[in-house]
Design a protein around this ligand. Structure first.
Ligand code: RIB
Ligand code: CA
Length: 329
């Protein structure tokens, strides 16, 4: 780690893998977690708030303010993912409930306050959405001056290739396509750099059942035990011997961006297609003739798209931070 810890905020829909992301963001010494905001997505927003507070309390980070945000997408009807994440949204582990309350501010106000405070002290916050981008779209359109305090947006969402929620679309973008389109358009307008940690890399950093068992064996209701049980839940749910750290990869990308293979590419979010609504259309054409004769013209938005990842490096980053915080390293 070089220099001062990097200020970050997470916007989450906790979520089994959002919990994995929170465990890393709250424990790694290279990061200064300033706030976490919650949005409906994997689970209803009140469950997301409860789960988020529970994870942060597990690793002793009740100092981090947590706020409730949008309960539903801007236009789309909510489609939760409890078939993936369990009825409680966090693997139905029966993990202890939080003893602390959320911040009374709305998520958008908390994000605004954190970003403007950073700007006032000459700092810049990295914003890490790992959920539908409803809160982020509302923030950037309502308080565009927050851009002064934002270094970059590193979001988990979208894909250059395949989908998961549908054949075309990744869940976070599919859940609120308008929000994703608005957030990306606003970031471009406000000159906020954006990195897309999408499905092209999302599934690659995986933890084995054996590694999960090592984490669970730490016990004591620690973050390590929780991390291991989250991985075990996913292995059982999908009938696999390993499971992705999912959203935690986007946090890894903030700590160790060099482990990603990326390209800055034009991108559009499909809003109108019946079968393709919510697809992130990443333009990988490399012949100028195609681009100059495109009837649609060039998209206004270009983001740094993660196309490859040194997945073992991210798994080690995630495991070691969580084990160290639990006193097992
Ligand atoms: O498509 C994966 C994304 O959808 C992850 O953020 C996961 O938590 C779900 O929200
Ligand atoms: Ca998520």
């Amino acid at each position: 780690m070089t220099g001062e810890p990097k200020p970050i905020v997470l916007d989450v829909d906790t979520g089994v893998d959002d919990a994995c992301a929170l465990l890393l963001a709250a424990t790694h010494p290279a990061l200064d977690l300033r706030a976490v905001t919650c949005v409906g997505g994997n689970a209803p927003v009140d469950d997301v708030v409860r789960n988020t507070l529970s994870v942060l309390e597990t690793v002793g980070r009740t100092d981090v303010p947590v706020s409730r945000g949008a309960a539903r997408p801007l236009l789309e009807h909510p489609h939760d993912a409890r078939h993936v994440h369990g009825d409680d949204g966090m693997g139905d582990l029966g993990w202890r409930r939080p003893t602390v309350q959320p911040d009374t501010r709305h998520a958008v106000e908390l994000l605004r306050d954190v970003c403007l405070a950073a700007a006032a002290s000459g700092e810049h916050v990295t914003v890490v959405p790992t959920a539908p981008m409803t809160n982020i779209a509302l923030l950037l359109r309502t308080y565009p001056d927050v851009a002064r305090g934002i270094a970059e947006i590193v979001f988990m969402g979208g894909a250059a290739q395949v989908g998961n929620a549908t054949a075309s679309a990744e869940f976070n973008v599919f859940h609120d396509p308008e929000a994703a389109a608005i957030a990306l358009d606003a970031a471009a307008e406000l000159s906020i750099p954006v990195t897309m940690y999408g499905l092209d890399v999302f599934y690659d950093p995986v933890v084995s059942r054996e590694q999960a068992a090592e984490l669970v064996a730490v016990g004591g209701g620690t973050g390590a035990e929780l991390a291991g049980r989250l991985i075990q839940f996913q292995c059982d749910r999908f009938g696999r011997d390993a499971a992705t750290i999912g959203d935690a990869g986007a946090v890894c990308a903030v700590i160790d961006p060099d482990a990603l293979t990326t390209q800055v590419l034009p991108i559009r979010v499909e809003l109108a297609g019946h079968w393709s609504r919510g697809r992130t259309i990443v333009d990988r054409r490399d012949w100028s003739g195609d681009l100059s004769h495109d009837p649609h013209g060039e998209p206004p938005v270009r983001v740094r798209v993660a196309l490859g990842v040194d997945h073992d490096r991210y798994v080690d980053l995630w495991r070691e931070s969580i084990l160290r915080q639990a006193g097992a390293r």
